[in-house]
Every structure is written in C-alpha cells, then in structure tokens.
Design a protein around this ligand. Structure first.
Ligand SMILES: Nc1ncnc2c1ncn2[C@@H]1O[C@H](COP(=O)(O)OP(=O)(O)OP(=O)(O)O)[C@@H](O)[C@H]1O
Length: 436
C-alpha cells in the first residue's frame, strides 16, 4: 500500500506542475487563483491531518485486540465449548468489534468529509476560471479557452487526488511508526563463542542468582544451589514461587544478577545460541512445527534416517508414523503423542542437560508413567531438571528443591525431606494427599 501511495503522490505532484505552467500561458492571473486555491487546500489539509492520523492510529489499535480475540477463540474452541462459554466470548467479541468499528467509522467519515471539501474547492476553482473567461478576459482565443478549461478540469482532479494521496501517505506512516517501535526493543546480547564438547559432565551451579522482571520486585532472591552431573532434580513450590524463572535464567531469557555455571563455565561467556542449543527443554505444551516428521526431529539435517527411526522406536510412536516425510499435522497426533515427539527431539540431540517444564501436566497417569520410564531409560547419563506441580512426578528424583517466594527453602533428597515433619515439602505432600 505505502509504495503505491508514495508513487501516486509524486506522479500527481509532477503532473500538477506541468498543468499549472500550461494554464498560466493562457492568462497569468490564473496562476494567482491557483496560489489562493492551493493555500486554502493546504489549510484544510493541515486541519484534517492531525485528526486523520490519530483516527488511523486508533483504528489500528482497536483492530489488534479484535483479531487477537478471534485467534484466541479459534484456538481455544474446544475449551470454550467444554465450559459452555460461547456467550461470554461472543459478548467480548462484540465489545471489541464495536470499538474497532466505531473508530473505523470515524476514520472513514472524516476521510469522506475531507474528500467532499476537496471536491467543493475544485468546483469553485473551475467556476472562477470559467467566469473570468466569460466576463473578464473575453479576448482569449477559442483554442486557448479550450486549453485552459481542459487543463483546469484535469488540474482539480489531479490536485484532489494528490492531496488525498498526501494525507493517505501520512496516515500510512503510522504503520511505519508501529514497525519502528519494534526496532527500539532491546536486543539480546549475542556475543560470546562456543566451546568444544560442552557441557560434557552436566553440572549446574547457581551462585547468588537474583532476578527481577520489573525493577520493583525480585522474583529470584540470592538463589544458590548445585546440581551434580547426572543428578535428577525436581523443583516444586507454590504457584508464583519462581520455578519457571529458574529455567528462564538457565536459558538466559532474562539477564540476572549473580553467576550461573555449567561445568564450571559461566554461561554469560558463551553465546546465547550455543547455550540454548546445548540444553534440551521439554515444555508443558509440546512445540510441533508445520512440516514433516523429519524436519520436526532434525531441522538441521544432522542425523540419519536410521537414527531418527531408532529414537521414534524408543519413545514408542514408531508405529504411528508411516514415513519420515509425512506431514506431521496430517497424522493428528494427540497431545501426549506430541509430547513423546518432543521427548524424541531431546533424546536425539544427546545434550547433557535436559529440562522438563511441567512436561507431563497435561497427561493422564499412564502417559506420565511412560514419560518417566523413558526419561529414566534415555537420560541416565544426563542431568535432568524437572519442574512439577504434581508431587508424584518428582518422587523418583535424586533431590527435590522447594521454592518459596523466590528463594530455595529446601534442597535435599525426597526421603530426607519427607522424614522432616517440619519441612515445607512434607506439608505440601500432606496437602496433596488431602486433596486427592
Ligand atoms: N515475563 C514476566 N514478566 C513479569 N513478571 C513475571 C514474568 N514471568 C513471571 N513473572 C512473575 O514472577 C513471579 C514468579 O513466576 P514464575 O513463573 O517463575 O513462578 P512459578 O513458580 O513457575 O509459577 P507457576 O507454578 O504458576 O508456573 C510471579 O509473581 C510472576 O507473576
């Protein structure tokens, strides 16, 4: 849209210049009329522009929530139907739509009003020229009158078009303004190199790590702990305790205070890309990319077909997949099966550190059991950090870390923590037993 408007504006601008020269050859007084006419048009445009620009911005701002709401509703259609929340969602959609339409309507009416004033001014200009030719400058030859009239008809048309394009050009610049806002977003520091065979052991050490998303409140406070190579640790805590924030700092999603060492190397000294490639994560909602099974498991084309089939067999979904070149979406995999695919992706990469962020939260007990079996089988020589809401999930872990209000309050074997009746972990298990 923007390049087209830009081109049209300049084309009209140059044509107008040519026409003005032609008209003034008939009678120089027409040039004076044109100056007055131009000045009035410019004044009207100056009055319209701030409103036009603001309304355009408003229209774009009110359209985004409408589209966002529509996308979210389509994605969560099954949940909406399950909770019979159609009415609520429809009402919300109507509110968004009313808001978007009212700003769109205002934008269109002011645009039309501006157009109307342009047309009116153009007609006045033509009228003046005709009146001058009829009553004042009666000596002009018929040829010149014809020339002046055809040019002035074209000129007013072009002028209105040029002014509208000019206004549209400025309005469209609000889109550029919105895009430019993204250029101000702080970029991640991508400096730092990579290391050979790192991490080879898989130890993790947090030294006085503190994190705050907004400067006012710390969500991690002087967190210190060590995970030895090949240990399996479970992180538990009430909601908002800071469990996911620990993972965010491990992947350097946010810069934090203190030091995080993996195999005694400060993770700030390696590049972010290398760090993130070196740790595998299995999130709560399995991430599946559009494309083939092969692309999903091996996007960098590193592994052989045999290796991919082998890992699919390990996670027990080989039988569901006819060929590696099948489109993943055509297979209609369930959430649990997608999670197994996610697990396969982590297994094939053979990273020494694997993070599971509530990976089994959406699974039934049987599927959860299978995932734990697979973890024990395949990540035996890896360090595994597991965040869990269900306490049963982390009972098999070597150690349990209990978080509370951004601090590590307990860190010991599940057995030791359960033996201590005063521990927070003990009271959490009691609470869980009471609820079940
Ligand atoms: N991106 C963010 N921006 C601002 N605050 C955030 C952000 N992510 C988390 N928080 C806040 O940080 C605190 C810790 O959140 P975190 O997600 O680490 O807790 P959690 O223990 O994983 O919770 P849950 O079990 O509900 O996932 C919470 O108070 C949360 O509101």
């Amino acid at each position: 849209m923007l390049p087209f408007i830009f081109m049209e504006f300049f084309r009209s601008f140059i044509s107008i210049g040519g026409m003005l020269i032609l008209i003034s050859t008939v009678n120089w007084i027409f040039l004076l009329f044109a100056v007055v006419f131009f000045s009035i048009l410019f004044g009207v445009r100056m009055m319209y522009m701030p409103t036009g620009r603001t309304l355009k911005r408003l229209e774009a701002m009110t359209r985004s929530p409408l589209i966002g709401h529509l996308n979210a509703s389509v994605e969560g259609l099954t949940t909406i139907r399950a909770y019979k929340a159609e009415e609520i969602l429809r009402d919300e959609f109507d509110k968004h739509q009313d808001l978007a339409n009212s700003s769109y309507y205002m934008m269109m009416t002011t645009k039309r009003a501006f157009g109307f004033i342009m047309d009116f001014m153009g007609s006045m200009f033509i009228l003046f020229i005709i009146l001058v030719l009829l009553f004042v400058d009666t000596q002009t030859s018929v040829g010149n009158v014809g020339l002046a009239l055809t040019q002035v008809f074209m000129l007013t048309g072009y002028l209105q078009w040029a002014v509208r394009q000019w206004a549209d050009l400025e309005n469209c610049m609000t889109s550029v303004e919105r895009v430019l806002e993204y250029t101000d977003v702080t970029q991640e520091d991508r400096k730092g190199g990579s290391l050979n065979d790192w991490p080879s052991k898989g130890s993790i050490k947090y030294e006085n790590v503190s994190l705050s998303y907004n400067s006012d409140r710390k969500v991690l406070r002087n967190v210190c702990f060590t995970v030895n190579p090949m240990e399996k640790i479970g992180i538990v805590g009430r909601t908002g305790a800071g469990k996911s924030s620990i993972i965010s700092t491990l992947f350097r999603l946010y810069e934090c205070d203190g030091r995080i060492l993996i195999d005694d190397v400060d993770i700030r000294t390696v590049s972010i890309n290398f760090l993130r490639k070196s740790i595998s994560i299995i999130p709560q909602d399995p991430i599946i990319f559009e494309g083939t099974i092969r692309n999903n498991l091996d996007p960098y084309k590193i592994y052989t077909d045999k290796e991919i089939w082998h890992v699919l067999e390990k996670v027990r979904i080989k039988d569901l997949i006819p060929t590696l070149d099948d489109q993943i979406l055509s297979l209609n995999l369930s959430t649990g099966q997608k999670q197994l695919l996610s697990l396969a992706r982590a297994i094939i990469r053979r990273n020494k550190i694997v993070v599971l962020d509530e990976a089994t939260a959406n699974m039934d007990e049987q599927a959860e059991e299978l995932v734990h079996e697979l973890i024990e089988e395949n990540f035996l020589d890896c360090t595994v950090v597991m965040i869990a809401h269900r306490l049963s999930t982390i009972m098999h872990c070597d150690k349990v870390m209990v978080m509370d209000n951004g601090r590590v309050v307990e860190y010991d074997t599940p057995k030791n923590l359960l033996e201590n009746k005063d521990s927070l972990f003990y009271s959490m298990t009691q609470q869980a037993n009471m609820n079940s």
